[in-house]
Design a protein around this ligand. Structure first.
Ligand SMILES: CC(C)(COP(=O)(O)OP(=O)(O)OC[C@H]1O[C@@H](n2cnc3c(N)ncnc32)[C@H](O)[C@@H]1OP(=O)(O)O)[C@@H](O)C(=O)NCCC(=O)NCCS
Length: 146
């Protein structure tokens, strides 16, 4: 059974484990904890039978009433089952409740799987940032108005 709930500080080991398995250059554990502490009300985990199989780290931007998806990942062995979409929708529903009017994220320009998901969920490509990532790849900035 799948459940989505707020992230807690003692979830950090599991969250970091999903993060480091999902990205070539993952955020460090300390950074993840600090990002979580910056906006705990915007951070969520997905559980499959009580096991954390995914997470979304949310935060703010410099714009008022704009939230920011800092990282989202689902464990590789359970991808493609709809968990990522559910988590994204859950986050957006919460943003709506808290009167945010837009959501922003950055995504690698070659991450077609994630881009497809974001477009299907109403995000559009707003701009491109050259060499945004540590490996010098470019990012799309994607925005959804809510
Ligand atoms: C991006 C990610 C979070 C999506 O999570 P997920 O649980 O696999 O996604 P879902 O099962 O909800 O699928 C949502 C959509 O993603 C796309 N998708 C899923 N599997 C796909 C695949 N194998 N190939 C291409 N697109 C795919 C489809 O658009 C899919 O919608 P559909 O099933 O209606 O066709 C997950 O792939 C992931 O953790 N990737 C590694 C980390 C990452 O890149 N995070 C994003 C950083 S910006």
């Amino acid at each position: 059974m799948i459940t989505i709930r707020h992230m807690f500080e003692n979830d950090m080991d599991d969250v970091f484990d999903v993060e480091r398995r999902s990205f070539k250059i993952p955020f460090g554990r300390t950074l993840i904890t600090n990002l979580y502490l910056g906006a705990p009300e915007l951070c969520f985990v997905v559980l499959d039978n009580d096991e954390i199989v995914g997470f979304l780290l949310g935060g703010y931007t410099s714009l008022p009433r704009q939230s920011h998806i800092l990282s989202i990942a689902i464990k590789e062995d359970v991808r493609g089952k709809g968990y990522g979409r559910k988590l994204l929708r859950h986050f957006i529903d919460n943003c709506t409740k808290f009167a945010y009017t837009s959501v922003k994220l950055e995504v690698k320009v070659d991450n077609t799987r994630a881009i497809q998901l974001y477009e299907e969920e109403g995000f559009h490509i707003d701009s491109k940032i050259r060499k945004y990532y540590e490996d010098n790849t470019d990012a799309y900035v994607m925005i959804k108005h809510i």
